[in-house]
Ligand binder design. Structure first.
Ligand code: ATP
Ligand code: MG
Length: 588
């Protein structure tokens, strides 16, 4: 295959696109790989499509290797199956819905659990048909609230999704492990730095779940690793253990104190240190205070439910962690109108005195698990300008439960008891999880077992963001000059650049390109006449093929130059050895 730049449908841009925040987005647009059609919706130009197809090929090969069978569902789907599982509603505004001329409702598939489950149900009825793994590489649609960073978070995007079907839990565990191994091979081949972390199952339900995150400062996911290397999790999935109870027998009775003008933790701590020094001699800090944060859960059916979350005053509530706990509900702010509806709340001085389903506000009240039974707190006294001191959990107040919603910080103890946590950011590239019987139950997927009894099938669901991977690979493989594709996904193996006006240069370059093609090497050939060497080199750097071969002035001495795009290393090669050298390079 030879792609000739003189006729290739390509325009490289000198200017960065105005809406591009990330290097990958900027470079993919500038290098003419993709073009924006609408927010979060992109056109794949010839070079970009080649990268996309290469990623697909890697994924396909590894899925086939674990016995996955490829099929293809429509993207345009009927509403009924999604109603049966509750997702028509749960997805809320996040899916594209449409109606046909007969007013029947459809959606553009955000993911296909329902369709796979129903099709297996239609075709299979015996345990002998299982285990089964099916997959597709498909365009998905999600009306993301914040489409971002080009391909990283699209509203139309390409995903590989696969599903395993087993009769029992041991079978599911095996299918899950095979997928996990395949994903390790896929992400190793795609050439980026990644971590495997424990994940939340989210709106899907189910049990064991892990994500493959590409490590990147631009990632939207925060993950933690323990310093001992024994624990890694998406921050949403971190399960902070319940603190051990403390002995509160020495703590005096709770008392209300006058704390005028102290609606914030900072003003409260300053006031306490000035007017109410501690008996043990140390200063009050924000960690001595109990902060009660009010939010509203916006449920998919449109109802709004207020919720109070109590955290130590030196921590924030992490809204992503909170949202993951309450999904499919989303978090909205508790606004003035909400305050007006709850007169028991004294804004700035809210405390456990009124919080709780059975208390004056009637608002459900959940505490951070680091708050121990028997611990004493300073918190709002539910009266403007007043706080309560030495309020003891279990003795003086009882919440409705606990919730994993406080921010996680570097240095927090690792939940597995080994070392402390370090946080970093990543891009979710793949997600594997054990769905269990949720979908099979909702849609009635059962098979007869060896005793002739009906058994509900247990399923796994596994996704790879194919189009997102193109951006993540670009993000991890570029420099100031442009892209540097890993060989496995590069649109071409070698970029042959012919420079100058000398016809012999073009003849030799053409000959090399042809011989490379015959040897199975894909070539991007810059055969453009009357384009300056400077422009050609800039384009070669921007476009990012792994190897650049320059045929130019030095051909007169029988020399061509081989350059490694990523390292920048240049080697002079006698022209008659060029093909052999390049073929060798591409095979290694
Ligand atoms: P995210 O948390 O990033 O929104 P998700 O958890 O909703 O992703 P899954 O339902 O697990 O995504 O989908 C499987 C894979 O599809 C993800 O791991 C990701 O690589 C990819 N993906 C999901 N949403 C998008 C999107 N909007 N654009 C591009 N790829 C996506
Ligand atoms: Mg996911």
């Amino acid at each position: 295959m030879i792609l000739r730049m003189s006729s290739l449908f390509l325009r490289t841009l000198r200017e960065d696109p105005a809406d591009a925040e990330l290097p990958s987005h900027r470079l993919l647009v500038r290098a003419g790989y993709i073009r924006r059609a609408a927010p979060g919706i992109y056109t794949w130009l010839p070079l970009g499509l080649r990268v996309l197809r290469n990623v697909e090929r890697v994924v396909r090969e590894e899925m086939d290797a674990i016995g996955g069978q490829e099929l293809l569902f429509p993207a345009l789907l009927p509403k009924e199956p999604y109603e049966a599982t509750g997702r028509w509603e749960d997805y809320g505004d996040n899916i594209f819905r449409l109606q046909d001329r007969r007013d029947a409702h459809y959606l553009l598939g955000p993911t296909h659990e329902e369709m796979f489950t129903l099709t297996v149900k239609d075709m299979y009825s015996s345990y002998k048909d299982l285990p089964l793994t099916l997959y597709q590489i498909q365009t998905k649609y999600r009306d993301e609230a914040r489409p971002r960073a080009g391909l990283l978070r699209g509203r139309e995007f390409v995903m590989k999704d696969s599903y395993s079907f087993d009769v029992d839990d041991a079978g599911l565990a095996g299918s899950y492990q095979r997928h996990r191994d395949a994903y390790v091979r896929i992400f190793d081949r795609l050439g980026f730095d990644y971590v495997i972390v424990q994940a939340m199952a989210g709106a899907m339900g189910g049990s064991r779940s892990e994500e493959f995150l590409a490590v990147s400062p631009f990632g939207e996911d925060t993950f933690v690793r323990s310093t001992e290397g024994t624990y890694a999790a998406n921050v949403e999935a971190v399960d902070v253990p319940q603190a051990e109870p403390l002995d509160a027998s020495h703590v005096g009775p709770a008392r209300v104190v006058d704390t005028p003008d102290t609606p914030t933790i900072e003003t409260l701590v300053a006031h306490l240190n000035e007017h109410l020094p501690r008996e043990d001699g140390r200063e009050w800090t924000a960690a001595d205070t109990l902060k009660n944060v009010l939010v509203v859960l916006a449920h998919p059916d449109g109802t709004r439910e207020p919720l109070a979350v109590g955290v130590p005053g030196d921590r924030e509530v992490d809204l992503k962690r909170l949202e993951a706990q309450v999904a499919p509900a989303e978090i909205a702010s508790f606004d003035e109108a909400d305050f007006a509806r709850h007169p028991a709340l004294a804004k700035g001085y809210i405390g456990p005195g009124v919080l709780g389903e059975k208390k004056a506000s009637g608002i459900r009240y959940l505490l951070d698990p680091t708050i121990a039974e028997g611990s004493a707190w300073v918190t709002g006294a539910d009266k403007h300008g007043f706080h309560v001191v030495d309020l003891v959990l279990g003795r003086d107040f009882t919440p409705d439960g606990t919730i994993q919603a406080a921010e996680i910080r570097d240095g927090d103890p690792s939940p597995d008891g080994n070392g402390t946590l370090v946080t970093a950011r990543g891009i979710e590239m793949g997600h594997i999880f054990q769905l269990g019987r949720k979908y099979a139950e909702a849609l009635g997927l059962q098979v007869l077992d060896e005793n002739g009894k009906l058994r509900t099938v247990t399923m796994g669901s596994y996704g790879v963001g194919i189009s997102r991977a193109v951006a993540a690979i670009a993000e991890d493989n570029h420099d100031d000059l442009g892209l540097c594709w890993p060989p496995e996904v590069s649109p071409a193996d070698v970029h042959v650049v012919a420079t100058g006006k000398d016809q012999q240069v073009f003849d030799v370059a053409e000959d090399i390109a042809r011989r490379l093609e015959q040897a199975g090497v894909t070539v991007l050939y810059d055969d453009r006449p009357k384009v300056s060497p400077g422009v050609k080199f800039k384009d070669a750097e921007l476009l990012g093929m792994p190897t650049i071969l320059t045929v130019g002035k030095r051909l007169a001495d029988g020399i061509v130059e081989v350059r490694d795009r990523a390292s920048g290393e240049r080697t002079d090669v006698p022209v008659d050895q060029a093909v052999e050298r390049l073929v060798e390079l591409c095979r290694s």
